[in-house]
Design a protein around this ligand. Structure first.
Ligand SMILES: Cc1cc2nc3c(=O)[nH]c(=O)nc-3n(C[C@H](O)[C@H](O)[C@H](O)COP(=O)(O)O)c2cc1C
Length: 222
């Protein structure tokens, strides 16, 4: 295996925001989960736990999630960023505008941008959703380990032609998720990963994000 193989996977993966409805075979989902679980974690604690929906259960959840997003109050377990400033604000805006341009939302059209944002709560039409949780007692480092799991899940899925999107948006309504899936209080709800096969013709899947130059992210010492 070469770095070029890995880079092919890394560059082919992108966040998918429109899925076909056909399901991913269970054996493939198991392969993705098994691969994702190979990532390192502090003390090999493997803090990730996944609640994973398929079939009609995804559709029931989608409907309940949408309803919650229209009526519920935000209460994430892991506090959301308090602000984005400087380069972080610039990068956030650039990816938001790229999405809006792709789907034809004009800058400043709040109704249309809110409609697009609500697509999060329809899981972008995905046939599967994985809710990722970590033990509260492992704090930020448990969440850090789970971030690795989420990335590896996305790459393993990509290797099988399965598209993914990590979604913190769903964690906005953690109390609802906790009730809906009976998630114990000693686990922190971090994010979801919606996944399935990409609707490659959909405008929401027609743009790609870029990355900062190395000079912006590294300080070489020595
Ligand atoms: C932890 C995490 C949470 C995210 N939450 C959302 C989300 O709620 N909604 C969404 O549309 N994208 C979400 N994304 C996707 C990012 O916007 C996306 O990864 C970023 O813009 C880079 O684009 P790419 O994944 O296509 O390379 C999330 C990504 C991560 C890693």
């Amino acid at each position: 295996m070469t770095l070029s193989d890995l880079n092919q996977l890394l560059t082919a993966r992108h966040s998918c925001r429109a899925f076909r409805s056909d399901p991913v075979p269970k054996e493939q989902i198991e392969q993705i989960l098994t691969s994702a679980a190979r990532v390192p974690s502090w003390c090999n604690a493997q803090p990730w736990h996944v609640v994973l929906t398929s079939g009609e259960e995804t559709d029931h959840f989608r409907e309940a999630m949408r309803n919650e997003a229209m009526t519920g109050a935000p209460a994430p377990d892991l506090p959301f960023p308090s602000s984005y400033s400087g380069v972080y604000q610039n990068r956030r805006r650039a990816c938001g505008w790229a999405l809006y341009k792709a789907v034809g939302v004009e800058r400043g059209d709040r109704t249309a941008s809110a409609r697009q944002m609500m697509e999060n709560f329809s899981l972008f039409g995905a046939p599967h959703c994985a809710i990722i949780t970590s033990p509260v007692e492992l704090g930020g480092y448990g969440a850090l380990d789970c971030g690795g799991f989420v990335t590896a899940f996305s790459l393993a899925a990509q290797a099988l032609g399965v598209a993914t999107i990590p979604q913190a948006a769903l964690a906005t309504y953690s109390p609802f998720l906790r009730r809906y899936f009976d998630i114990p209080d000693d686990r922190m709800i971090l994010c979801a990963i919606s996944f399935g096969y990409a609707d490659t013709d959909h405008p929401a899947n027609k743009f790609r994000t870029d990355r900062a130059d190395l000079s912006e992210i590294v300080e070489w010492v020595g």
